[in-house]
Design a protein around this ligand. Structure first.
Ligand SMILES: NC(=O)c1ccc[n+]([C@@H]2O[C@H](COP(=O)([O-])OP(=O)(O)OC[C@H]3O[C@@H](n4cnc5c(N)ncnc54)[C@H](OP(=O)(O)O)[C@@H]3O)[C@@H](O)[C@H]2O)c1
Length: 316
């Protein structure tokens, strides 16, 4: 059964932080994996999960930088992983599986946004490859380690407003546009969670997609400063604009989706502001909500098949 995109309500909101949603939650004995867990929202996600008692595995494209960022955070382990390299995904996963440990929470937080045209692996477009296909392969390869009742959270974005999956040309062989490339990958994140939840239902593995909000982090590194002003992301004195969140607030929805019992019966939901998101009624990404192409079960199944074919991973 497909979850309705309707607010619960959860009692939390846009201003809640990751610590707010974890207040009174004891994650002692739980193991979480957070891709990108050493920068921006992922760093705050890792810290909050660790404060709640979880052991947190942080796969990192730059393990030395990750180690620095997480110095002093107890219960965290860093491992090498480049999501744009399927061999690296395989090696990371094999190393983890060899430990015999299980995972209770997986948060797919790593991502790139609005990069100049970049090709990885066999010529794949980098947003689709890193943000979606790398995570698809990672979760598939880690499938044997997912504990019964494990939750997988795909960090999507209201950036998905700009594009459905480009079925005829997902790798932008023609007409590359950095925002459409990001948008497609974020639609893919939402569809991934939708179909994973359906496939995982037998084993109790649940999956959710989240839009974290708008937050100034290193994610915007490819956008020239003038464009930040032109897009209204910052005030004239360089402060985050109204409606932007802090990184701790930005980490809250993923942490909530990974832990809230209120979501037990709502697998596959697309969430924002620590609640299930409503269908988008405008094109205002700051308001958010979810567009129909990101909750289409047929598209989710089709994308799953395409991703299996491309990565050679089909574990569910
Ligand atoms: N910030 C926002 O306003 C916003 C809004 C909506 C959605 N999101 C989503 O939230 C997630 C986190 O974003 P953020 O703002 O926290 O960005 P961020 O600070 O730039 O963090 C992104 C992380 O992804 C990692 N990463 C990038 N390419 C990778 C690769 N090939 N292999 C492994 N790791 C890789 C980065 O590692 P390196 O530092 O080593 O490159 C970094 O740790 C992203 O999925 C983004 O799309 C963010």
């Amino acid at each position: 059964m497909i979850t309705k995109q309707r607010k619960l309500p959860s009692g939390f909101g846009a201003h809640s932080t990751a610590d707010d949603v974890l207040a009174g939650v004891d994650l002692t004995g739980a193991t979480a994996l957070v891709t990108g867990g050493y920068s921006g929202l992922g760093l705050e996600t890792t810290r909050a999960l660790a404060r709640a008692g979880a052991r947190v595995i942080v796969p990192a494209r730059r393990p030395d930088i990750a180690g620095e960022a997480l110095r002093g955070t107890p219960g965290v382990e860093v491992g090498a992983l480049d999501l744009g390299d399927l061999e690296s995904v395989r090696a990371f996963s094999d190393r983890f599986l060899d430990t015999g440990r299980t995972l209770d929470i997986v948060i797919n937080g790593a991502g790139v946004m609005a990069c100049p045209e970049t090709r990885v692996g066999p010529g794949w477009e980098a947003h689709f490859a890193i943000n979606h296909l790398g995570h698809f392969a990672l979760v598939g390869r880690l499938r044997p380690a997912l504990a019964p009742g494990a939750r997988v959270v795909a960090v999507a974005s209201s950036g998905h407003f700009l594009s459905d999956i480009r079925w005829q040309d997902p790798h932008f062989r023609t007409g590359y546009d950095r925002w459409l490339a990001y948008a497609q990958s974020k639609t893919a994140n939402a569809l991934f969670a939708l179909h994973l939840d359906r496939l995982g239902a037998d084993t109790g593995v649940r999956a959710y997609a989240v839009h974290p909000g708008s937050i100034l982090t290193p994610l915007q590194r490819h956008i020239p400063r003038e464009e930040w002003y032109a897009r209204g992301w910052v005030t004239p004195d360089g402060e985050p604009a109204d409606g932007f969140k802090t990184p701790r607030q930005g980490a809250a929805t993923a942490v909530w989706a990974a832990t809230s019992p209120l979501l037990d019966a709502h697998g596959g939901a697309y969430c924002q502001d620590c609640d299930i998101a409503e269908a988008a009624t405008t094109d205002d990404m700051l308001l958010g909500g979810v567009k129909p192409w990101a909750t289409d079960p047929h598209a989710a199944s089709r994308l799953w098949d395409l991703s299996s074919e491309l990565t050679g991973v089909n574990a569910f």
